[in-house]
Write a protein that binds this ligand. Structure first.
Ligand code: SF4
Length: 462
């Protein structure tokens, strides 16, 4: 039988993050490719999130990867090239930087690899593979369930995707460029079956926006949640959604009834200028002064808010970044992901920064490793690169201090009256703090997470 080896490459700059099972998610794209691979192939996933790379014999080797993992993929591809084993790469980075990727792998699949994967394998069998393939966007009912059985058993989360695409075009985001502007929704029964069959203590519905962009998509989300209830879903879970998630009480009740603990909401900035600059139009429409009301409404259903914030937009001064830190600390956001504006290939931000020669670390492909959200890789508009570093150290140092993290935990507990939601806040903030500062500053999340269902192990080793 032929062997297909699929590799999830590691980013060696992300050691802090890799340490914690709670912060790692299975490589869903590889699981879907595995599901589409015919039975005359044996498929293995080599996952550097858990296992150091060791040369493994195979007939064909495939890679996926975000920008931050691309360099590592190229390093491993070179080993297989040397051994005369053909390699293929897909995913967002290879799609956007296909000419670069072709210098390291034999074949690049641009776009949604799933739609041309069978053709690639057929051409492999016939010895006539092309250098590049274009994968058109799949119809939603053709997106198969991933082979969850091939993922590393140590993953705490299972990941399932129920929709793809986004009609908005935020400057810093590549979702619309990669997955398109049409919101494609997988059939509910297929999704529910996949949720039921996916192992893992917790569930992450990885959609960029679970509730979608219309009344019809909101109805579908509610049907999905009712389906989870009908099937007796009990696992704690989280997802991502737009800020208008707080508009609908019935939705919030269903999220609560299905044991949703936290929703990631892209806040980006508490300043209208930042939202306008980056095209984050929905947030601008909702209004920054309404954020807290929305967060409190989510709390009233026992749901925590993981707010994402971007630092160093072009309209940000040093004072603005300090103010953003204060806003996060004092607002009703529970957990917070603070990132530096990063010019990822495929985004409007990338073109803007590249043209203006404002990417500080541009020794590609090595410097792709730095593009992991938390590292300053730019020349910001209103301060120097070094001033931004100093400011981030101060602001983020306070935000991820023991004092702020504990205060947030207490706030979540007080607001939601839900201990497990408060623990999610604690674990998430500790996790980001540990990641950004490359070491354990406070709790080791792994000591806490296994306390989530029953509570008796809480803080055991903290
Ligand atoms: S950030 Fe969210 S809303 Fe904006 S383009 Fe990306 S997926 Fe769409």
């Amino acid at each position: 039988m032929k062997k297909l080896l699929l590799i999830n490459p590691r980013n060696y700059f992300k050691q802090g993050l890799l340490k914690y099972e709670f912060s790692n998610f299975p490589p869903l794209g590889l699981g879907i490719i595995a599901a589409l691979t015919p039975d005359d192939w044996e498929v293995e996933i080599l996952d550097e999130n858990f296992d150091d790379f060791e040369f493994t014999e195979a007939d064909f080797v495939g890679f996926t990867g975000f920008t931050s993992n691309a360099y590592r993929a190229y390093q491993i591809a070179a080993i297989y090239k040397e051994a005369g084993i053909p390699t293929v790469m897909g995913g967002i980075h290879a799609t956007m930087m296909w000419a670069e990727a072709l210098q390291y792998v034999d074949v690049v699949v641009k776009g949604e690899s799933e739609s041309v994967w069978l053709q690639v394998l057929k051409d492999f069998d016939e010895g006539k593979m092309k250098k590049t393939y274009e994968g058109p966007r799949l119809k939603a009912d053709k997106i198969p369930a991933a082979r969850h059985d091939l993922f590393h058993p140590k993953y705490a989360f299972s990941t399932v995707q129920t929709t793809r695409g986004c009609p908005w075009s935020c400057d810093f985001c590549s979702v619309h460029a990669f997955n398109g502007t049409a919101y494609r929704q997988r059939p509910l029964e297929q999704v529910l079956d996949e949720i039921d069959s996916a192992p893992g203590k917790y569930l992450f519905l990885v959609d960029d926006n679970l509730i979608g962009y219309s009344r019809a998509s909101l109805r579908r989300t509610k049907e999905l949640l009712r389906g989870m209830i009908d099937r007796g879903h009990t696992r704690q879970w989280f997802t991502q959604a737009s800020i208008n998630i707080g508009d609908d009480d019935e939705l919030l009740q269903l999220l609560s009834d299905t044991n949703c603990k936290m929703v990631l909401v892209g806040i980006e900035s508490e300043k209208i200028e930042g939202l306008e600059e980056t095209n984050k139009n929905l947030n601008a429409k909702v209004g920054v002064t309404n954020y807290n009301k929305i967060f409190q409404k989510m709390h009233s259903y026992g749901i925590g808010v993981l707010g994402t914030f971007i630092f160093a937009m072009d309209t940000d001064t040093r004072e603005d970044l300090h103010a953003r830190g204060e806003y996060i600390a004092n607002s009703y956001v529970d957990a917070y992901q603070t990132t530096v504006l990063t010019p990822f290939p495929g985004t409007g931000t990338f073109h803007k920064f590249k043209e203006a020669n404002r990417i500080k670390y541009d020794n590609f492909p090595q410097d792709w490793q730095r593009m992991r959200f938390f590292e300053n890789v730019i020349h910001p508009a209103k301060m120097t690169h070094d001033e931004l570093n100093e400011t981030l150290k101060e602001v983020w140092g306070k935000l991820y201090s023991k004092r702020t993290i504990i205060n947030k935990f207490k706030m979540t507990l007080r607001e939601t009256r839900n201990a497990s939601t408060a623990i999610w806040t604690l674990v998430t903030n500790s996790n980001y703090g540990n990641t950004i500062f490359e070491g354990v500053r406070f709790f080791d999340p792994d000591d806490i997470i296994y306390a989530l269902p029953d509570g008796h192990k809480l803080f055991e080793n903290a």
